[in-house]
Design a protein around this ligand. Sequence first.
Ligand SMILES: [Zn+2]
Length: 270
Amino acid sequence: MEITKLERCGVLFYACPDPAWAGAAHGFSTRLGGVSPAPMDSLNLGANRGDDPANVRENFTRFCAAIGADPNALVKNHQIHSSQVRPVTRADVMDCPEAPGTYEADGLITVEPGVCLTIFSGDCIPILLYDPVRRCAAAAHAGWRGTAAKIAAWTAAAMVHNYGCQAKNILAAIGPGIGPCCFETHADVPDGLRSGLGEGAEPFIRPLSREGKFSVDLKGINAYMLQEVGLRPEHIALCSACTACELDTFWSHRVQGSQRGSMAAMIQLL
Ligand SMILES: [Zn+2]
């Protein structure tokens, strides 16, 4: 399965065009297609980046129109790089799209159609999960700490154990995030990944010629982790776009620090 770049209503985003995903409105935003001024130009979806709330609201309206989701049905977390997965219903929907999330968690999961799960990233790896058989949707935010804490695996496991999904039916989309080309780390990152994931992390860690430096493939580790919990390799779509390489299309926390907007990934059962 593939993730492709699409443009609708002037908004550029990434999504899985495969018919298997047709029952879930979903997409990964880019920085293109919104109304915010620099350095949040232009599709900033972050509520806590100093942007005018009216801009954030308009940007959500535009992104939701592009992917076919409901901007008045968002559920957001306050993301903390954890393994916390939060089950949500319509009762958790935010009052307005520009409100910041306050519940501390990094995963969201629902079986209720119309609830729009929303997670944020700016280099971290956004992951959307969908079981078209059981009709269950989930979203996870995985930076290196969340990856080491196995947030993607815990989210898929919650679909199986708490919602009756079968792992072989779950589709995964791993969205744009920092690639191994740009994610250069000290030993703390490989050490953290090894302590969380054991030997399985090893193929995704590469020592660089400069002593004490490593290149890490976070998207690859998350894809591996999802297979370990029973997802079929052919059901995992991985976006090769690197947020730190493509600054015209994405924001990168690593390159731009806090002077940037925030991208979002969303999924809503139709
Ligand atoms: Zn890169």
